[in-house]
Unconditional design. Structure first.
Length: 543
């Protein structure tokens, strides 16, 4: 129309913009918007909404919003709904709160669509309290808002509250839709509550919504997570038109419940049914092959994954690396890694773990150092893999990696990493560093860390330090378990500290571990080495 010299009106322009956007021609939609003499709010909304629905366009949407504001146009409820959606996808809490404040100033915060978007924003940013405030203070609540709140609760691991809200909805006589049930069935799955899940399933039948593909897939996923494979198979068989989610839910359920061979077979059936396997399908089935050491089958699946050009996916790549490393084929592992997205640490972790498992620690360390040089941030699993197999490293190398870990903040997020570091310090004859690390750990109530250093001292000839650490642990009111007592009794036996050993025996009885085989064995050994044969025999009679 522009080329022909005609000047389309606002309604026509908006219609054309929406059509272009729906066809994926976003650049053309934007060009048409800019060609308008005075674009209206509706025209801007058409472009903003279209871009907001596309992944990777978040910054462009923010730019459109600023341009719209500069032209003096007032945002509408549609504008705020789109902008809040984009802020939620980016987890941009600061910007989201600014949009919230602007919506309040324009008197649009009470709108149900804006309210739903606000709930979604705060829930995705982990501010479930603020999401609940928006919900509670909304005068008008439609099913979209209820669903946003339910989904937010489940997302923030408040499944019990989500289920309570669902039953409250039922008592109010509200008509739940398929999105309601997807959230609630997901909550039941996370709670591992088979009984609740069946009750909700009955409600879906009563509401004649169980035939919905979304609900059927959620039900299938729930049964799979329960380990109720028979129910999962029945649900799967009743779905008339299965999609990739349906197939993946059953494949994952089978693989995670010891039915690896059937899970592998399902991939072929899925392919034959005309459903293209995706990264979830391939990663799950390759892991199943790895678990049952079906390497040849795994190689065939690898070829199929190459056919679908999906080997670059980090989950698929990691599972293939694990498969080949368990077979001892490190060279194939390296070839897989070369094809995977270089920015992901997950497949690198798989190869490091594989190298360690195949006694190629030097290569694991070289790969780890290459990761640091490439600027890829290692995860706690990266360090755990290195530390678990490289305890013979020179102390200088160990110290460097530990320092890096502390600086990266990973130590504060993963107590198991702290345990690994403590053990390697002690095996590297660095007890002072182990003790310093324990002091710097944020959680002095972590029994695993205390037991690691007590055991490490005892195993490396520092029994006196082991005893001192035990009493230091007790000063933090940390309660011992059978592993802690076994370690401290070993320390007592090494220095023939009979009185300390007897005191530990009393604590074992008081703590309720006297009947444990590990405790009895440790007591027999301690009394024998300390020369108290009578007490050793008395402990033996408890077997």
């Amino acid at each position: 129309m522009v080329k022909m010299g005609s000047s389309p009106d606002q309604v026509t322009c908006v219609t054309v913009i929406s059509t272009l956007a729906s066809l994926g021609r976003l650049d053309d939609a934007r060009t048409l918007l800019k060609s308008m003499a005075v674009p209206s709010t509706v025209a801007w909304n058409a472009v903003i909404s279209s871009y907001a629905q596309q992944s990777g366009m978040d910054h462009e949407v923010f730019g459109f919003y600023k341009d719209m504001k500069r032209q003096g146009l007032w945002p509408s409820r549609s504008t705020f709904a789109s902008m809040l959606s984009v802020a939620a996808n980016m987890a941009a809490l600061v910007e989201g709160r600014q949009f919230h404040a602007s919506a309040v100033r324009h008197g649009l915060d009470a709108n149900v669509f804006v309210g739903s978007s606000l709930i979604n924003l705060y829930a995705k940013c982990g501010c479930i309290g603020e999401a609940r405030d928006v919900f509670d203070f909304s005068r008008e609540k439609n099913i979209v808002m209820w669903n946003a709140m339910l989904n937010g609760l489940v997302r923030n691991e408040q499944q019990e509250e989500a289920i309570q809200m669902f039953w409250y909805m039922m008592r109010l006589g509200l008509e739940a839709d398929e999105f309601t049930f997807v959230s609630v069935l997901g909550a039941c799955a996370h709670l591992d509550s088979h009984c609740l899940g069946r009750q909700v399933k009955c409600v879906t039948i009563k509401n004649c919504i169980n035939a919905s593909l979304l609900v059927a897939n959620a039900t299938l996923d729930m049964y799979s997570k329960f380990g109720a494979i028979v129910d999962a198979k029945t649900t799967f068989s009743l779905i008339p038109y299965k999609d990739s989610v349906s197939w993946n839910a059953l494949i994952v359920g089978l693989a995670h419940n010891g039915e690896e061979e059937e899970a592998i077979g399902m991939l072929g059936l899925m392919n034959a049914d005309g459903i293209t396997p995706d990264e979830v399908s391939f990663a799950t089935v390759v892991n199943a092959c790895s678990n049952i050491r079906a390497t040849e089958t795994g190689k065939q699946i690898h070829c199929l994954a190459m056919k679908y050009s999906i080997c670059s996916n980090h989950a698929v790549g990691s599972s293939l690396i694990d498969l080949y490393s368990k077979h001892g084929d490190v060279e194939s592992c390296r070839k897989v890694l070369a094809q995977v997205d270089a920015t992901s640490i997950v497949p690198v972790n798989a190869l490091i773990a594989g190298l360690v498992q195949n006694n190629r620690e030097d290569e694991a360390i070289q790969l780890f150092q290459q990761v640091l040089r490439d600027g890829v941030n290692p995860s706690s699993f990266t360090f755990s893999s290195i530390l678990s197999g490289c305890t013979g490293l020179l102390s200088s190398i160990v110290g460097k990696q530990a320092c890096y870990t502390l600086k990266s903040g990973l130590l504060h997020n993963d107590s198991s990493l702290g345990v690994s570091l403590i053990r390697i310090y002690l095996k590297s004859k660095m007890p002072e560093d182990a003790d310093k690390l324990l002091t710097e750990m944020p959680d002095h109530k972590n029994l695993l860390e205390w037991t690691a250093i007590i055991s490490g001292y005892a195993q490396n000839g520092h029994s006196s330090d082991s005893l001192l650490t035990f009493w230091r642990m007790r000063s933090y009111d940390v309660h011992s378990d059978e592993a802690t007592f076994a370690s401290i009794l070993k320390a007592c036996s090494e220095v023939t500290a009979l009185n300390d050993g007897k005191e530990m025996h009393g604590l074992i009885i008081k703590s309720g571990f006297s009947s444990y085989e590990t405790s009895i064995s440790a007591l027999i050994d301690m009394y024998s080495k300390c020369g108290d044969i009578t007490s050793s025999f008395e402990a033996f009679k408890q077997f």
